[in-house]
Design a binder for this molecule. Structure first.
Ligand code: ZN
Length: 268
């Protein structure tokens, strides 16, 4: 089957479709399930012109919609021909899952710059603080009787202090390389992104969660957001600039789960 074209959508849905030569055979309007290389695929025959496979990232469901006149065998062959693509997007679904916030309790594992530490909560009548030990543990000192909310706040502010130390040297490093000046920057808790950029104000925002990941990710997002000062859109020019400044960025992005991009409509 020649002439496939792939379309990547801006939502969390991936689909591929194929132009299909009309063949004989009127089919009932049915929904069935087939299994291709161990992957269950829901097949719906309806009034459509093309065969289309959709991978729903949130649920991991795979669905094919097919014109009524396409035979089962052809649908199966179509699914087989798309199986690498389907697998790739089912896999990317897993990678996209964000590390959930760990509970602030003794014994929970908390990552700092990509290294896991087992948390130890120590009650002490002194100003609260966080101490990272060399032995893969971290201590949260907190006043006796402190509420959970207070513990969470102390941890969050500690992470904020860690990431805030790292950002200015990165901006200073990249400004002359990129010929860009950043007027302001900030850190905040972000649900769906790793960073944002206010192009007009030349202000970049970084996700607080970057302090939990390997430092290469913070640097990559800083460069990405700084690139927006030069090019607002995710245009070919934008990616050309990224390739120039940080040739390895695609690999880093993949490790980060591509999350930042998906929200902004790019699935590469
Ligand atoms: Zn962007």
């Amino acid at each position: 089957m020649a002439g496939f074209h792939f379309i990547l959508q801006a939502t969390n849905v991936h689909y591929a479709s194929s132009n299909y030569n009309r063949t004989n055979g009127a089919m009932r309007n049915t929904s069935t399930q087939i299994t291709v290389e161990g992957i269950p695929i829901e097949v719906t025959k309806k009034r459509v012109k093309h065969l289309r496979v959709v991978v729903y990232c949130s649920s991991g469901r795979v669905r094919i919609s097919s014109p009524k006149w396409v035979g089962d065998q052809e649908i199966f062959r179509f699914a087989e021909s798309k199986i690498h693509w389907i697998r790739k997007h089912l896999r990317s679904k897993k990678e996209v899952v964000k590390i959930p916030d760990q509970p602030i309790v003794t014994g929970a594992t908390h990552n700092v710059w990509g290294t896991p530490y087992v948390l130890n909560i120590i009650e002490k009548d002194a100003p609260p603080c966080v101490v990272v030990n060399g032995s893969a543990t971290m201590d949260l000192y907190i006043r006796p009787g402190s509420h959970q909310q207070k513990k969470e706040m102390v941890m969050r502010e500690w992470y904020r202090a860690q990431i805030k130390k790292e950002i200015p040297p990165l901006i200073e490093k990249w400004e002359p390389i990129m010929g860009v000046s950043v007027d302001d920057w900030g850190v905040k808790k972000m649900k769906t992104r790793w960073g944002t950029c206010n192009v007009r104000a030349k202000r970049i925002w970084l996700s607080l969660d970057l302090a939990k990941r390997s430092p290469e990710f913070l640097e990559y997002i800083v460069v990405h957001e700084m690139t927006h000062i030069l090019e607002r859109l995710h245009s070919p020019r934008f990616y050309g600039l990224m390739d120039q400044f940080m040739p390895a960025w695609r690999g880093i992005d993949q490790k980060l789960g591509g999350r930042h991009w998906k929200k902004e409509g790019w699935l590469g």
